[in-house]
Design a binder for this molecule. Structure first.
Ligand code: PNS
Length: 163
């Protein structure tokens, strides 16, 4: 059985992430979406809440592959998580050349740490290639409309002023 881990911050999950999840779930028997717990970063929602949100969004928007997708939170190294889960692949999305340098560095580093685990890249769908979680956070923080960028449930959550 081929298992892949798709790690990320997913703060928030975007339509670009969902596109990668759906396509990666079609390529592997089991896809584990792993939401990084990073206490040093200020976040729009706790990692376990973002993981639950991703789980329900996937069930709704990608019912055909949802059974092959699990969502969890993790801290520590991605390669350690992948090893624990017996995953041979790490999935990442590539939007543009600008992503390539840091993604290449991460892929080489992970391979140095755990040569048996390969990184597989999916080109983000063209219509989502401009999207980033940080831009979505900024737009939402200023009251802008992010409904075409994230799933409806996420847009609703971000539109509610926090604090
Ligand atoms: O969505 P992001 O923020 O681009 O995801 C980055 C992520 C979570 C994939 C990366 O920071 C990561 O793998 N963190 C876990 C710690 C780790 O394994 N570091 C070494 C990777 S080179």
């Amino acid at each position: 059985m081929s298992t892949a881990v798709y790690p990320g911050s997913f703060d928030p999950v975007t339509l670009g992430h969902l596109d990668v999840m759906e396509r990666a779930a079609g390529a592997f028997d089991r896809l584990i979406v792993a939401v990084l717990v990073n206490p040093r970063k200020s976040v729009t929602a706790a990692a376990h809440d973002r993981a639950a949100e991703i789980g329900s969004v996937v069930a709704e928007s990608a019912p055909g592959v949802a059974a092959r997708i699990e969502v969890l939170t993790f801290d520590g190294l991605t390669v350690d998580l992948a090893t624990r889960l017996e995953a041979s692949f790490i999935v990442r999305g590539l939007r543009a050349v600008s992503d390539f340098e840091s993604e290449m560095q991460m892929a080489h580093t992970n391979r140095k740490l755990r040569p048996a685990i390969d990184t597989v890249f999916f080109m983000t769908a063209l219509e989502h290639a401009y999207l980033s979680s940080s831009l979505v956070r900024e737009i939402a923080a200023f009251g802008g409309d992010v409904s075409g960028m994230v799933p409806p449930a996420v847009a609703r959550r971000l539109s509610v002023p926090s604090g």
